[in-house]
Design a protein around this ligand. Structure first.
Ligand SMILES: NC(=O)C1=CN([C@@H]2O[C@H](COP(=O)(O)OP(=O)(O)OC[C@H]3O[C@@H](n4cnc5c(N)ncnc54)[C@H](OP(=O)(O)O)[C@@H]3O)[C@@H](O)[C@H]2O)[C@@H](O)CC1
Ligand SMILES: Nc1ncnc2c1ncn2[C@@H]1O[C@H](COP(=O)(O)OP(=O)(O)O)[C@@H](O)[C@H]1O
Ligand SMILES: [K+]
Length: 494
């Protein structure tokens, strides 16, 4: 499990460690890791041109000390200081001692000369601001961020791309677009959650000996998911594997039911009961003859894809909530839930809500909150946590980054996925997978985390080589995704 800590936690862990170490030792460790990555990216350090963008805090100090290391190996290193009076003194001395040039950005005839330097660099180190940053980049740092984006240099962010909020991933204005981010001690949530994650490039974690407490955010890896996947034992029967009741599809949207059903079948349900209009049931059974049409005992319900919001749909929604088993609520059922408010979930033993940002806005209105869709996409963690608490349910907030929050405030971010998943019906596939896992007995949070992971991986497999795929292809790739996860989680052979 990849773990991320917020700024407050990082600062506390840093203080505890610093108390045990000589002055400057921690920054030396960080800068050594940073310089090693930069050297690796440069290939040949001697003769290369490196420009450091240096702000007024320790983030700039890291850049200066790493720059000194590169200068000692023969790189031509120029440090552009944004606030010359406040730049890190030890870092300045180190770079000067190693033969680097120190240039107050404004004394250069900023911005033109600074732009020229950045444009001619092989590598730009972004040490403008790290975990001490607040809001989007201010002038003139914003201008340097733009210059770095336009240059052909490799851009390496120190700790996190300047302008990205470390705790939320929000990007309030300009931010540095990095090719690589070298982060220290632990992941920061902003490196895992869009929009921040999309600015970070490849992230390398440098161990500086920090020992932070329990993380605020986790990102599972193959082995974590493998540990969650249900495996039938020798004597398991289909009921023990879990029966899912699927209340989806309408005469207007029969396809949603077909897709969700096929995906649930590929995600290990023992049996699937389809609940809905006759014509849709016929379509589902003709596509998937394994499906049983009509009600009966189930271990979980998935309700919503293509459901519609008319009287008949309301009846199916109410029946699912009354079933005394866990319920996954998606799509049109989220609209009905937003109307009814959180009390509609009282008595449901485990609810999993799977909104995209637009549906999240509707659900939040049911809590008396009025963010826009863009607000939700800018601060996904905040709003997912708010929804989970408000509805006392697990929330899987979909989008370019998918996050899962449970009602106790535990949060996960899904590391798999591809923008090719932005295709009609893709959400219905996710509902089938997560619904099947819920029926198999996983908790709502486990079903959400594992479901999003498999769905994202299936999307990558289906769009392998950068080719578009249909939601049906994503569904068809589920067994391959399952296999990849399973193989990674298998104990090594003796
Ligand atoms: N924690 C650890 O374990 C370790 C931490 N280490 C390193 O320390 C870093 C944290 O250093 P830090 O605390 O000095 O803050 P930092 O990120 O340099 O920023 C502060 C400066 O930025 C400025 N500024 C703020 N917002 C801005 C904006 N929007 N636009 C423009 N400027 C803005 C702000 O200016 P002011 O607002 O005061 O005018 C202030 O002077 C951390 O990220 C890591 O790299 C490693 O060395 C070792 C291990
Ligand atoms: N840009 C993107 N990058 C990664 N995944 C995406 C992106 N856009 C959408 N997705 C994923 O695709 C699925 C879309 O689901 P949803 O919004 O319900 O669409 P639909 O109703 O068309 O099925 C979600 O799992 C979402 O996380
Ligand atoms: K930075």
């Amino acid at each position: 499990m990849r773990e991320a800590h917020d700024v407050w936690q990082v600062r506390a862990a840093e203080a505890a460690l610093m108390a045990l170490l000589p002055d400057g030792a921690l920054m030396e460790r960080a800068a050594a890791g940073l310089a090693a990555t930069c050297a690796g990216l440069l290939g040949r350090v001697h003769g290369s041109r490196v420009v450091l963008l240096v702000g007024s805090g320790d983030n700039g100090g890291d850049a200066l000390i790493a720059g000194a290391r590169l200068a000692r190996r023969g790189a031509r290193v120029d440090a552009l200081l944004l606030a010359p009076q406040r730049a890190h003194a030890g870092g300045l001395a180190a770079l000067r001692g190693a033969g680097g040039r120190i240039l107050p950005a404004d004394a250069l005839g900023f911005p033109a000369a600074a732009h020229d330097l950045v444009a001619a660099a092989d590598l730009v180190v972004d040490g403008i601001v790290g975990i001490g940053g607040r809001g989007g980049l201010r002038a003139p740092a914003d201008d340097l961020a733009r210059a770095a984006a336009q240059s052909r240099a490799v851009v390496v962010a120190v700790d996190l791309p300047s302008g990205v909020d470390a705790d939320t991933g929000a990007v309030a204005a300009e931010a540095v677009r990095a090719d690589v981010t070298v982060t220290f001690g632990t992941w920061k949530p902003g490196l895992l959650v869009d929009p921040g994650a999309s600015y970070a490039g490849a992230v390398e974690l440098v161990d500086i000996g920090l020992q932070p407490p329990a993380p605020v955010l986790r990102a599972p890896q193959h082995v974590d998911i493998a540990a969650l996947l249900p495996t039938p034992a020798r004597e398991t029967d289909k009921y023990a594997r879990g029966v899912l009741g699927l209340a989806a599809g309408s005469e207007r949207y029969p396809g949603a039911a077909v897709l969700a059903a096929g995906s649930a079948l590929r995600a290990g349900v023992g049996a699937l009961r389809y609940l809905g209009p006759r014509a849709v049931a016929d379509a589902v059974v003709s596509a998937h003859p394994e499906v049983m049409a009509g009600s009966g005992r189930v271990q979980a319900y998935a309700v919503g894809p293509g459901l519609d919001t008319g009287e008949e749909a309301r009846g199916r929604f109410a029946a699912a909530l009354d079933g005394g088993v866990p319920v996954l609520v998606d799509a049109d059922a989220l609209t009905l839930l937003a109307e009814a408010g959180p009390k509609a979930l009282e008595g449901v033993p485990g609810a999993l809500l799977t909104p995209h940002a637009g549906e999240a806005v509707r659900l939040l209105a049911g809590l008396g909150e009025s963010p826009t869709r863009a607000d939700v996409e800018a601060e996904r963690l905040t709003w997912a946590v708010r929804l989970a608490a408000g509805y006392d349910a697990t929330v899987l907030l979909k989008g370019s980054t998918t996050v899962v929050a449970d009602p106790r405030g535990e949060v996960w971010v899904n590391p798999t996925g591809t923008p090719y998943l932005a295709t009609a019906g893709s959400g219905d596939v996710l509902t089938g997978v997560a619904g099947a896992l819920l029926a198999a007995g996983l908790t709502p949070a486990e079903a959400a985390v594992a479901g999003a992971y498999l769905h994202g991986l299936a999307g990558r497999i289906a769009s392998d080589g950068d080719v578009p795929c249909a939601a049906s292809d994503v569904s068809a790739a589920l067994p391959a995704a399952w296999r990849a996860v399973r193989e990674a989680g298998a104990p090594d052979e003796e």
